[in-house]
Design a protein around this ligand. Structure first.
Ligand code: F6R
Length: 610
């Protein structure tokens, strides 16, 4: 929710105007919000702000971002929380004197009382945002004689809520202040410039050396220098610097029309990278913890929750007492959670506020937490007891794709190892499933090549539909939930997933001629029951689409309008492969309907407000 960037460079540090550099950095943060955009640059005569409602591509041309020269700049791409998308509410926000400019991600929860106080003191506000109080508060302390850094600290002592802030003060033209509380903020250490941004891809073109800031930290960047403080004490930064293995190519479209399509195609590689990282060491602590656990909680939001439901199936099947829940609903479990319980907290970004809050609550009750995340040093891994990383690389498209399949890869590898450890899986069952999992990158390559054309054709039909059902049984239920979420969130076709057996208990009332129903059929004991469910839908003239293991194609072909033949795989492995045609279907349906799949309306990739 909102992407922010700050850059301080030496004179001539970039071959192009700094406004153009900021614009490019913002494009890589646009997945975090895209209803308005703005930049501020320090000039000899003060701060120049250019901002407006709309997406970066349009606003940056209209306001000429690319021509703005300078050495110190900030930028913002917004996902509105306080105040509708408008030119006035776009960031950066300035104080009354125009010498202080602020970009912010998060919510200042006490902004109303601060605003009233500041108005009483004569400040004039120009936006409806919570952020603007930050600029006026600093102005107030500067007026009282505070030095700029002291004024920033005084401001921080007054605000409550969540924030990643970058602050520009024109009397200090080679410095940018920053502060973090809950919302993500990363410092990038470059040779001619330093950066501070909501996410690493923003500045990956210039440096892969990063410091992930922690809650309560604040400080400043200058060209060639970074200072971080917490609770009034300097933080030693040497041991905090990390080299990230992501490359700039990973954060560009590389010829694909959209990041989402590129990321769908990257899945074989992302899975192979994730598998390579899953050494015994990476899994053993978690296996040991889970083995001795009294009860297992699994939590996540959106797609990560769906991955968690697959994990729930795998672990329940092994005989564990598993309780999956959507992160924001954690309160229900707080009276039962305690010592001896283990939680698997799944979050691609590692910054989703709902999951972070739930992790804190679980840990406060003595629950040990294992994070599964894609972003090194992000908040959820940092605040957990153990972490297993997926290695999907940066995911820029708002819809989660490669991060889902890599999460499933981690969960399956973990469950298989655990199954052997507790004597529920024989070593041959383990090695057969593990062999198949190791072959998934290859299998997926040929599945994508085989189905993409057919899915594209099918999307022509789907793009004319208003709504759809996604049905499955067993592990096919969370798989269907993920397929439906993709369709809903990027193609805006109302799609609902149900256990196929449940469809008769209400949902089937909506089915009429041509109503699309997507079945996920796996090689498990549910095949015959699913055959019955397909027949029921067919009898009502539904438009039936099935992902069918090759072994069962002859059984289903005559009943389905569209048979998508899939390799016959162990049902535990299959979701990693079978979700991909559903991702492609959502992608091409969105494109057919004229929508931008990378930037679905009202959504932001990382949800950092509760
Ligand atoms: C769906 C999607 C979201 C995220 C959810 C959790 O395509 O991207 O539903 O899965 O916001 O995000 P993370 O995994 O970063 O915690």
């Amino acid at each position: 929710m909102c992407g922010i960037i700050g850059i301080v460079s030496v004179q001539g540090g970039f071959k192009e105007p700094i406004g153009k550099v900021v614009r490019r950095c913002l494009e890589r943060l646009e997945y975090r919000g895209y209803d308005s955009v703005g930049i501020a640059v320090i000039k000899d005569y003060g701060i120049e702000v250019r901002k407006g409602k709309g997406k970066i591509a349009e606003v940056s041309v209209r306001l000429g971002f690319d021509n703005v020269d300078g050495t110190t700049a900030i930028g913002h791409t917004r996902w509105a929380t306080h105040g509708k998308p408008s030119d006035e509410n776009a960031h950066p926000h300035t104080d009354c004197t125009g010498t202080i400019a602020v970009v912010h991600n998060g919510i200042i929860s006490n902004f109303l009382e601060l605003k009233e106080e500041l108005i009483r003191r004569g400040h004039v506000f120009r936006s409806e945002t919570d952020t603007e109080v930050v600029a006026h508060l600093i102005e107030e302390y500067v007026k009282m004689g505070y030095k700029p850094f002291d004024a920033v600290k005084a401001m921080l002592s007054r605000i409550q809520g969540t924030y990643a802030l970058v602050i520009m003060i024109s009397t200090e033209p080679h410095r940018l202040y920053f502060a973090r509380n809950t919302s993500p903020l990363i410092v990038g250490l470059g040779s001619n410039a330093n950066f501070v941004a909501s996410d690493i891809p923003a500045f990956l073109e210039f440096t892969n050396m990063v410091i992930a800031l922690r809650d309560g930290e604040y400080g400043y960047i200058e060209p060639g220098y970074v200072y971080i403080e917490k609770d009034g004490r300097p933080v030693k930064i040497e041991e905090r610097v990390r080299a990230i293995s992501w490359t700039p190519d990973m954060a560009s479209k590389e010829g694909y029309p959209h990041f989402m399509l590129k990321e769908i195609h990257e899945q074989p590689y992302a899975i192979s990278q994730t598998l390579a990282g899953l050494t015994d060491r990476a899994l053993d602590d978690a296996v040991k913890l889970l083995m001795d656990s009294r009860r297992i909680f699994i939590l996540g939001a959106g797609t990560s929750y769906h991955a968690g439901l697959v994990g729930d199936y795998l672990l329940t099947e092994l005989g564990f007492d598993v309780h999956p829940f959507i992160s924001s609903e954690y309160r229900k479990f707080m009276n039962m959670a305690g010592q001896g319980d283990v939680a698997l907290a799944i979050s691609q970004s590692g910054e989703t506020i709902d999951t972070l809050i739930a992790v804190r609550a679980l840990r406060s009750r003595g629950v040990k937490v294992v994070a599964v995340s894609n972003v090194i040093d992000s908040a959820i891994p940092r605040e957990s007891d153990y972490v297993i990383y997926t290695r999907a690389g940066p995911e820029i498209g708002v819809a989660a794709t490669k991060t889902f399949t890599t999460q499933l890869t981690v969960l399956l590898a973990l469950a298989l190892k655990l199954g052997v450890a507790v004597g529920r899986l024989s070593s041959s069952e383990y090695s057969n499933a593990m062999d198949e999992l190791n072959r998934v990158p290859k299998i997926l390559d040929s599945v994508i090549a085989g189905v993409e054309g057919r899915v594209k054709a099918l999307s022509e039909v789907m793009s004319k539909k208003q709504s759809a059902y996604y049905l499955g049984r067993g592990i096919g239920v969370p798989l269907s939930m993920e397929g439906a979420l993709k369709m809903k969130e990027i193609a805006y076709v109302h799609a609902e997933a149900y256990p196929a057996g449940e469809s008769k208990h209400g949902p089937i009332a909506l089915v009429e001629e041509g109503y699309p129903v997507v079945f996920s059929i796996l090689d498990d004991e549910n095949v015959d029951a699913l055959l019955g469910n397909v027949m029921e839908m067919r009898a009502r003239d539904a438009y039936t689409i099935g992902l069918v293991p090759s072994k069962y194609v002859s059984k289903f072909r005559d009943l389905l309008n569209v048979t998508m033949e899939m390799p016959t795989l162990n049902y535990r492995v299959a979701p990693i492969v079978y979700v991909v045609p559903m991702q492609l279907l959502a992608y091409y349906t969105a494109v057919n309907r004229g929508y931008d799949p990378d930037k679905p309306r009202n959504l932001a990739k990382t949800v950092t407000v509760e």
